[in-house]
Structure formats: structure tokens, C-alpha cells
Design a protein around this ligand. Structure first.
Ligand code: ADP
Ligand code: MG
Ligand code: MG
Ligand code: MG
Length: 416
């Protein structure tokens, strides 16, 4: 038998195929023929199985040579699983305890065996249900600051970082998805786009918006050319699993070296979309508390990110950039603070831009968010989506001139 020939797992074949792997058998326990296997993948791209036995459970994620959502007509290389595995290993090292533990990786089969997160649920589902998770701002603010700082030239040894950049540079096809779906498709009549019909007039306006289209391409340029750090690349609320007391980030198959600001912008955009979706979820009662909670989470996430990034700047700035010999070693602590202000300012203005276009692509492009999608009444859905689009346009185009959450919260409230 050729061990390396790729073959998708099925619920039926999984026990016999993974039974011989000690890392799996020891955790699941009992005879593989007695394992209970379920396929639970709800994502757009891959297979995800939960495997339960008498001792415990694991999750098995396997890539397919095509996009699951679309089918074999849209091929996508298996190597995304390799990038996901390597990103998870780095994230665990840089921000311990915030990703699932990895038990086994098989490159030929494009499969990863990992910790079964239970009773965790997907953050987006929790927010739709109106849960106010107490830990997400702190945990995800720290996750972003630590992974993004520690993967950059502010922290890493230059040779090691360049080698890592070369490794991830091959994740071309997944970057290509983002480059097209986020930065370009929403702004013309791309084939795979769809939107709520009531949005037609606004969509026409946005596609004719010269300032917005120039801004979106400037952001695309940053995304493609500013290889600052290893980013998660798909850090929306569907890539986070939560309980009241635990937060884990999953699904980094889009990982590549890009701008520090990208993950931050995508995550905050998804919270802003949750905010604008609230009036679609008010059948069971007012969501006013949820609105206030979401705005608080947005601000706190940024504050935690900024404070932790600043702490790491002061204590772990061991890379080639802004070297201490120029600042602290000469007694010039203020110089290091000035440089930090420049770096944080760029992250802030880019973050607002990425957030703006992420909002657009989730309403106008191929991949939509359940926050809006589960609102059946299209008139009501459009009444939620239109203010989100207008908000996204405003923050993308005015990102150099917006300086505070006071302004952003007021803008969100005014448009909602
Ligand atoms: P895709 O890349 O296809 O989006 P994900 O990694 O996001 O796949 O996983 C799809 C779904 O599988 C998640 O939304 C979640 O419900 C479930 N899942 C993934 N990883 C785990 C895990 N470690 N523990 C429990 N459930 C998981
Ligand atoms: Mg996913
Ligand atoms: Mg962990
Ligand atoms: Mg994925």
C-alpha cells in the first residue's frame, strides 16, 4: 500500500485508518471498531471529524483537494493543511494556551489530529445567541499582540524570520482567495458575488465610489507586500471557539507573512457586523445590552492588544528593528516610546482599513456571515447590512483621520 497517496477520510474508514496511529489510539481508547465518528465540518473548505472512544475524544481535520463549499470545480491544494499545522505550532509557542493542542500531523493525507474543544462553541454562534462572553477581549487581544509581535522582525532573529517567511510564502492559493474575495470582488460585478436584493442601490453607489476603490487597492497592496509577521489570516468570529472561561483560536490555514494590522482589522470587523446585526435578532427581546457589550469588546480588544504589544516592545524587542543600541542603551527611553507610537499609529490606521473592506466582502462577496444570513426577512436583513456597509466605507476611506473609539462608537450608533 502507498501510504502517501491522498485519500479523503469517511466516517466509515476513519477508525481503521487512524487506529494504528498511537497518538490517536491512546487518547481515544478502546477498540477502533467501537469508536464513534461524526463529521461536523461547517466551514467552507475542509472535513472535520469528532472521534470518541471509551477514554476520550479527538478532532481530525482533513483538507480536500478542492473547496468544499463549491466542489471539485474549484481546486485548492492540500498544502493548506501544512500551513495550518505550522501556524498552530508557532501560535502555541508565542501565545500559549490559546489554540487547540496538536497530537499528530500527516502531510501526505493533509490531516491534523487535535484536541477536541468541548463544550466550546463557535464564537459567532454564541454572539448570535446573545451571550456576553467575559474573556474574549482579554484573550484575543493577548493572542494577537503575542503572535503578531513575536512573529515579526521586532522580535525574531533575522535569519529565522526570513526562513519562516520563505516557508509560508508558498501559501499562494489561500492568499489569492483573500486578495480577490476581500479586496477586489466586492467592488465590481464578480461572478461569485451575492447580496440581499434590497441593497442594489447602495451596491451601485459603492462600486462607483472612486475613493473607496482606491483605498481598497491600497489595502490590497499592503496585504500582499507588507510581510511584517506571521498572521492568522482568517481571524473572524467563526475561527474562535469559546466557553465562559476559555477561548481558543482555530483554523489558521490562511496563515502567511502579512501586516500586523490584518488580523486585528478582521476580528474587529466581525464584531462590528455582530453589532449591526442586532436589530435582526430582537424578536425575543431587546438586544440593547448586547450592542453595548459588543462595542465594549471592540474597544477592550484593541486596548489589551495595544498594552500587550507595548509591553512586549519594552521587554522583548530583540529583533533587528528599532534596536536597543539606538535607544535604551543610550539612555533614550523616550526615543523607543516615540518609535512605538509610530508603529502603533500605522497598525491603527491600517486596522481600520482592513476592517472596512472585511465588512464589505462579508455582505457583497462570496462568503457571508451567519449574523446577517439567519435574518430571513430580507428587508430587515438589508436594514442591518446597509448601515454596516456605510460604516465600512467611512472607516476605510477616513482611516487616517479617525483617532478614537469615542468617534467610532458614535458613528456606529448614529448609523444603526
Ligand atoms: P474550515 O477550515 O473548513 O473552516 P474549521 O477548522 O473552521 O474548518 O472547522 C470547522 C468546524 O469544525 C468549526 O466551526 C467547529 O465547529 C468544528 N471544529 C474545528 N476544530 C475543532 C476542535 N478542535 N474542537 C471542536 N470542534 C472543532
Ligand atoms: Mg473555519
Ligand atoms: Mg493549548
Ligand atoms: Mg478554514
Amino acid at each position: 500500500m502507498h501510504e502517501t497517496a491522498f485519500k479523503p477520510l469517511t466516517v466509515e474508514t476513519l477508525p481503521a485508518r487512524l487506529g494504528p496511529i498511537a497518538a490517536v489510539a491512546e487518547r481515544v481508547g478502546g477498540s477502533p471498531s467501537a469508536w464513534k465518528v461524526r463529521e461536523v465540518g461547517d466551514g467552507n473548505l475542509n472535513l472535520v471529524f469528532i472521534v470518541e472512544g471509551e477514554k476520550g475524544a479527538v478532532v481530525v481535520k482533513q483538507a480536500l483537494p478542492y473547496v468544499r463549499l463549491v466542489g471539485e470545480s474549484w481546486p485548492l491544494p492540500l498544502k493548506r493543511s501544512f500551513f495550518e499545522y505550522h501556524a498552530l505550532v508557532r501560535q502555541e509557542k508565542r501565545a500559549p494556551g490559546l489554540v487547540p493542542a496538536i497530537y499528530h500531523f500527516d502531510e501526505g493525507q493533509a490531516l491534523t489530529v487535535m484536541e477536541y474543544l468541548s463544550p466550546h462553541i463557535i464564537l459567532r454562534r454564541a454572539l448570535i445567541q446573545g451571550w456576553q462572553l467575559p474573556r474574549i477581549a482579554e484573550d484575543l487581544g493577548l493572542f494577537m499582540a503575542r503572535t503578531l509581535f513575536r512573529g515579526s522582525d521586532l522580535s525574531m532573529e533575522a535569519r529565522e524570520r526570513k526562513q519562516d517567511l520563505a516557508l509560508f510564502a508558498d501559501n499562494v492559493e489561500l492568499c489569492d482567495i483573500t486578495e480577490n474575495l476581500v479586496f477586489t470582488d466586492p467592488y465590481f460585478a464578480a461572478e461569485m458575488n451575492r447580496h440581499t436584493p434590497e441593497l442594489d442601490p447602495l451596491v451601485k453607489e459603492l462600486r462607483a465610489d472612486r475613493d473607496l476603490k482606491v483605498e481598497a487597492q491600497k489595502l490590497k497592496h499592503l496585504f500582499a507586500a507588507k510581510a511584517e509577521t506571521l498572521v492568522h489570516g482568517d481571524l473572524h468570529t467563526g475561527s474562535v471557539m469559546v466557553t465562559e472561561s476559555d477561548t481558543r483560536v482555530i483554523d489558521p490555514e490562511f496563515a502567511f507573512y502579512g501586516p500586523i494590522s490584518f488580523d486585528v482589522g478582521m476580528l474587529l470587523a466581525n464584531y462590528w457586523m455582530a453589532f449591526f446585526s442586532q436589530k435582526g435578532h430582537e424578536a425575543q427581546g431587546s438586544r440593547e445590552e448586547m450592542r453595548a457589550y459588543l462595542l465594549k469588546v471592540i474597544e477592550e480588544t484593541w486596548t489589551v492588544f495595544r498594552e500587550e504589544f507595548s509591553r512586549l516592545w519594552r521587554t522583548e524587542r530583540t529583533g533587528m528593528l528599532y534596536h536597543r543600541s539606538l535607544y535604551e542603551d543610550q539612555g533614550d527611553h523616550l526615543g523607543a516610546e516615540q518609535a512605538l507610537n509610530h508603529v502603533l499609529h500605522d497598525i491603527w490606521t491600517e486596522m481600520l482599513g482592513f476592517a472596512g473592506v472585511e465588512i464589505h466582502r462579508r455582505i457583497l462577496g462570496l462568503a457571508h456571515n451567519a449574523d446577517f444570513e439567519i435574518i430571513d426577512d430580507t428587508g430587515l436583513r438589508a436594514a442591518c447590512e446597509a448601515p454596516a456597509l456605510t460604516f465600512g466605507r467611512h472607516i476605510a476611506v477616513n482611516r487616517e483621520r479617525i483617532t478614537s473609539f469615542g468617534e467610532l462608537h458614535a458613528l456606529a450608533r448614529m448609523l444603526d
